[in-house]
Write a protein that binds this ligand. Structure first.
Ligand code: AMP
Length: 486
């Protein structure tokens, strides 16, 4: 619809527009035209958007009904991390694309197929939305000189990451990860602490239907992973006709990718491939054995999985995943809830000194799906403690101040100050499932009293409006602990 048609259809807008034109003429001097760029910016002259605007594919809104799960996952993770003496950090959602290309690896799915690129206005930088946290946190470690802090540095984070994958249940293009990184120590006990942290998080969320898979991917010592890669390459060549086109190509660059391929035929080739545990150098073998021993000491249940390699290039030594063991009828069955591993070469690759490190990240959306499938209940009491209704102008004016006082005293207060009639205010209170309503009218305001109504029984009583007596009187009736906001 052009502007003329719009005006024809909407006489109110036409009047409004000519009023505005007059104001503008006055403002710019009589008879002067507005500069063209200002004309373009005049929002009132724009036609309404005729499209139904949808969220981008694979990205979703979270409303408050679901947000209670999000809050529980975030709060639980924060508590667990704090108990492991971890510090909270935040890194940018956008980074130089090269950071991810160099660290995650150019031949990985995440970089090759799933990265979202971002254009900045100058066009001089190549930016990308973060597809994971580890690279950004490693960059932050270097850029902020964290190597001068007591080592290792233990950090946790949570936030959105972006992967241009094919959306389906449990697979989104904007997903949210919570995770932790321990940078600056290579001892195997650290690996176990990070696995322990992940385990504690899922257990604290009352989840049971998951298992922890553990493996090692060795190191870049030529007698370790490189030797293993050669044997995998030979295996891939021997089975080349059984592989998908992607794996055939990748087998030459990074044959470990075959283990991550979702194609059934590639998984069959992977299942008959040699195991890395038969190709480890002495140090990696010891490291792995220690990890297994410490896990057993702590009583953390796990399964050794020699096929677990994880999709990103920067992993060294320990790799682990938390896999959903929900029944096969559940869309999440067999999917990873979280995963992590050691990345001892990454900081050096980014230009820092050799610095060992290990991390873990979990997906919030999948964790919540798992909680729902396992029937974990998240109780919410979103009803206000009390509803404040008013009568008349004086009642409303006193109520506005009273609401603030009650809020500060720790009460969650519902109201409908925009309404006049008491009936419709009480209807709102009912809809909020509130148990108690305070009613403040002209008479009460003058007498310094207030009516307290029990919404269930309809019984009413008169209380002193003085806060010193009103607050304890309300607390007595609510009979639950109220936190005072200072
Ligand atoms: P990754 O870095 O790929 O191991 O991812 C860590 C965790 O993030 C996974 O275990 C999942 O829980 C979650 N995740 C990864 N990709 C997606 C996705 N596309 N959609 C939803 N969750 C995801």
């Amino acid at each position: 619809m052009n502007q003329k048609e719009q005006s024809k259809k909407d006489p109110d807008k036409e009047i409004q527009k000519s009023e505005d034109d007059k104001k503008n003429q006055h403002h710019h001097g009589r008879g002067m035209q507005k500069p063209p760029e200002e004309e373009e910016e005049d929002i009132r002259a724009r036609a309404p958007i005729a499209l139904v605007v949808k969220a981008p594919r694979g990205m979703q809104d979270v409303l408050w009904e679901d947000m209670r799960y999000w809050d529980v996952v975030n709060d639980t993770f924060k508590q667990v991390c704090t108990s492991f003496n971890m510090k909270h950090v935040s890194v940018p959602v956008v980074e130089e694309a090269a950071l991810f290309e160099r660290s995650i690896g150019e031949s990985t799915d995440v970089v090759e197929k799933e990265m979202f690129f971002v254009k900045d206005r100058s066009g001089s930088s190549r930016l990308a939305l973060r597809p994971e946290f580890t690279a950004g946190v490693a960059r932050a470690y270097l850029e902020n000189g964290m190597s001068s802090k007591p080592q290792p540095v233990k950090m946790w984070y949570s936030g959105p990451v972006f992967r241009h994958d094919r959306p389906q249940a449990g697979r989104y293009r904007q997903l949210t990860q919570f995770g932790a990184e321990v940078i600056g120590e290579g001892h195997s006990i650290i690996d176990v602490q990070v696995i322990h942290l992940a385990y504690e998080t899922y257990k604290a969320l009352q989840l049971d239907a998951f298992r922890i898979d553990v493996n090692t991917v060795g190191c870049m010592n030529k007698n370790c992973r490189p030797a293993y890669l050669n044997s995998i390459k030979r295996h891939a060549q021997d089975n080349t006709r059984k592989l998908c086109a992607d794996c055939r190509r990748r087998a030459k660059i990074n044959p470990l990718r075959i283990f991550d391929c979702k194609e059934e035929k590639c998984q069959m080739v992977a299942n008959t491939a040699p195991k890395i545990t038969d190709h480890l150098c002495e140090d990696c073998k010891n490291h792995y054995q220690n990890v297994i021993r410490y896990l057993q000491d702590l009583g953390i249940p796990f399964k050794e999985n020699p096929r677990l390699v994880r999709g990103l290039d920067y992993y060294t030594r320990t790799a682990f995943e938390i896999i959903s063991t929900l029944p096969s009828t559940d869309p999440l069955s067999g999917m990873a809830l979280g995963g992590g591993g050691r990345y001892d070469d990454l900081i050096h690759l980014l230009g820092g000194p050799p610095t060992p490190a290990i991390g873990f990240s979990g997906g919030i959306e999948r964790t919540i799906m798992q909680m729902k499938s396992e029937g974990v209940e998240v109780k919410v009491d979103d009803a206000p403690d009390v509803f404040l209704a008013h009568l008349g102008d004086l009642g409303r004016r006193r109520s506005v101040k009273l609401l603030d006082d009650l809020r500060r005293a720790g009460f969650k207060v519902g109201e409908a100050f925009h309404k006049d009639g008491i009936k419709s205010q009480l209807r709102n209170a009912d809809r909020m499932r509130v148990q108690w309503t305070l009613i403040l009218g002209q008479k009460e305001a003058l007498d310094n009293t207030i009516i307290l109504r029990n919404m269930e029984s309809g019984m009413q009583e008169i209380l002193d409006l003085n806060l010193d007596s009103l607050v304890p009187a309300l607390k007595k009736r609510l009979r639950h602990e109220i936190q005072v906001i200072h």
